[in-house]
Ligand binder design. Structure first.
Ligand code: HEC
Ligand code: HEC
Length: 212
């Protein structure tokens, strides 16, 4: 886990998208500055209001004292000032703030008040919404919205989070088992597009686990 965190920083520092070969840099200080600049320039960070909110209320308050670019470098620790790091290590981060307390070790923060359940929920919602945006683009827009858009009144509106959650089992069924048992029309209907890949269906299920 530690290696992953640092590896990501190094890759993002390379700046040219290349991850080939060892990265050379002169002084640690310079690296930290570069990282800060990279962070500020990242348009995703600026446009992601929910992230800015969660960064302030959760990570800045409870974590970054010990998890910042400097400790990442000196102690090989996860830099929690970096949005992508948080997404890439999401399950571990949640675990440390929740179940690890029951286990009695590895919990975070190691001292001071635990993060409130409300904030942890907010963090999960943030991640779920990012997932949902990706699913809208890669799954529903590609395979379903031609017939299931918000203006179609005869069929379920698959741009709506609530509608998708409410009809979840049927949606998954139509994209999977319905192709075999033919009890109900499979989706997308035969001849109206490629079946959705198992990987995307898996991602849809993961999203539901987060969003519920
Ligand atoms: C007082 C210092 C301190 C604070 C505050 C703190 N951590 Fe940590 N954290 C550590 C140390 C030390 C380790 C490495 C030891 C270990 O692996 O358990 C660590 C490890 C971790 C790891 C495993 C990856 C790694 O960097 O080794 C995660 C994930 C993590 N912390 C998340 C958090 C989160 C989330 C918060 C805020 C809610 C937080 N920590 C707050 C000191 C801290
Ligand atoms: C070419 C148009 C078309 C496309 C593309 C399409 N559907 Fe449908 N969908 C329909 C029609 C027509 C029905 C009604 C069929 C029936 O009664 O079983 C339907 C019904 C459904 C239903 C049952 C609820 C309802 O609205 O009647 C679900 C759930 C559904 N589709 C999901 C999907 C999903 C998920 C996708 C994308 C993977 C998709 N559909 C793609 C035309 C389409």
């Amino acid at each position: 886990m530690k290696k992953v965190g640092l590896g990501l920083i190094l890759v993002s520092l390379a700046g040219c998208g290349s991850d080939k070969g060892p990265l050379k840099f002169s002084t640690p200080q310079k690296v930290i500055n570069t990282l800060e600049v990279e962070n500020k320039k990242d348009p995703t960070v600026e446009n992601d209001k929910a992230y800015v909110q969660i960064k302030t209320s959760l990570f800045d308050t409870s974590c970054i004292k010990c998890h910042n670019p400097e400790t990442a470098l000196k102690r090989n620790r996860l830099d929690l000032t970096n949005r992508q790091n948080i997404l890439d290590n999401f399950d571990d981060i949640i675990y440390r703030m929740t179940d690890a307390f029951d286990m009695g070790f590895d919990y975070m923060p190691p001292k001071g008040d635990p993060v409130s359940p409300a904030l942890i929920k907010e963090l999960k919602t943030w991640k779920a919404d990012i997932h949902f945006a990706n699913l809208q683009k890669n799954l529903f827009e590609t395979s379903c919205l031609k017939c299931h858009g918000p203006t179609q009144t005869r069929h379920v509106d698959l741009t709506s989070k609530e509608v998708i959650l409410k009809n979840f089992d049927d949606i998954v069924y139509r994209m999977t088992t319905a192709f075999e048992d033919n009890l109900k029309k499979p989706m997308p209907p035969k001849g109206k597009g490629e079946p959705v890949s198992p990987k995307l269906i898996e991602e849809l299920k993961n999203w539901k686990n987060l969003a519920d």
